[in-house]
Design a protein around this ligand. Structure first.
Ligand SMILES: Nc1ncnc2c1ncn2[C@@H]1O[C@H](COP(=O)(O)OP(=O)(O)OP(=O)(O)O)[C@@H](O)[C@H]1O
Ligand SMILES: [Mg+2]
Length: 271
């Protein structure tokens, strides 16, 4: 395991304080390739994501959801525009500082769970804290609460292949939240789960977001999953074409269908 230096303490890359915003994209563009074959996967997005809030990013295949998430998490670099994460302007950070920011301030939940097969469930949960630059003392009280609320106490000694999909995703959620990140990125977290299990997983995630005060950015094409979010951003062709507050799955489906037929989105926008 590499030891990364701590994040800069001199505030050199820290922007003006905005305590509730955990991630902000400003005029972000990401172009893949060049010339005739260039693809504008993200074509000018400005959006903020706040603490204690789950934002769903929805949109058809190829609309730029995953590209946007990778940019926000500092896993990819915009062609132009800026990304600010937890008060740090990502472009100003060295690779080591960015890695430290990722380990200490971000959590990830993936469609394919991404647990390390050789580790037990508990070892997987404790992995991010062991990767952090600062050897922070573990928050045992928070860890116990996560384990209880996710109902995984009886499977902590098992390895991933001995767990159901729903159990693996609950372990992954515990792993994403145990080190108290500022923001959790979830890319199709229910994609490999049946409807009922997916619902439970998202309900737990949304409740824990509120209680831990982190922000969650949920990428999904599933209106039912998006209905668990506090806010929905609809993408098309790399742009935000509509924004909704908390909405039910029917309204989100209607939004996605209307969006597919009509690019003039003003009537869909809610304050
Ligand atoms: N590394 C890459 N090189 C070239 N083009 C890319 C690359 N990554 C993504 N794209 C293109 O950018 C566009 C947006 O892709 P992206 O993966 O962000 O879509 P998405 O909304 O996540 O789709 P899905 O729902 O299918 O996962 C697509 O046209 C895709 O082909
Ligand atoms: Mg995708």
């Amino acid at each position: 395991m590499t030891n990364t230096p701590p994040l800069p303490a001199d505030g050199s890359s820290t922007l003006r304080p905005s305590p509730s915003v955990v991630a902000r994209a400003t005029d972000v563009v990401r172009v893949f390739g060049s010339g005739d074959t260039a693809v504008r996967a993200v074509a000018g997005i400005t959006a903020s994501f706040r603490r204690g809030e789950m934002t769903a990013i929805v949109g058809p295949s190829g609309s730029g959801k995953s590209t946007m998430m990778h940019l926000l998490a500092g896993l990819d670099t915009p062609s132009s525009g800026t990304i600010e994460l937890d008060g740090q302007l990502i472009a100003r950070l060295s690779d080591d500082h960015l890695a430290a920011l990722r380990h200490e301030r971000m959590g990830f939940v993936f469609q394919s769970f991404n647990l390390l097969p050789g580790l037990t469930a508990l070892e997987n949960i404790r992995l991010p804290e062991s990767l952090g630059a600062r050897q922070r003392s573990r928050d045992d009280v928070w860890e116990r609460e996560l384990i209880a609320r996710l109902d995984i106490g009886r499977v902590l000694h098992r390895r991933p292949h001995e767990l159901s999909g729903g159990q693996q995703q609950r372990i992954a959620i515990a792993r994403a939240l145990a080190h108290r990140p500022a923001v959790v990125f979830a890319d199709e977290p229910t994609g490999n789960l049946d409807l009922a299990t997916g619902d439970v997983v998202l309900r737990l995630l949304s409740e824990l977001v509120v209680d831990s005060g982190c922000g969650v950015i949920l990428v999904t094409h599933d209106p039912r999953a998006a209905s668990r979010a506090d806010r929905v951003l609809a993408l098309r062709d790399g742009r935000v074409v509509a924004e909704l507050g908390r909405a039910n799955a029917t309204d989100i489906s209607a939004l996605m269908l209307a969006d597919a037929h009509d690019h003039s989105d003003a009537s869909l926008r809610t304050p």
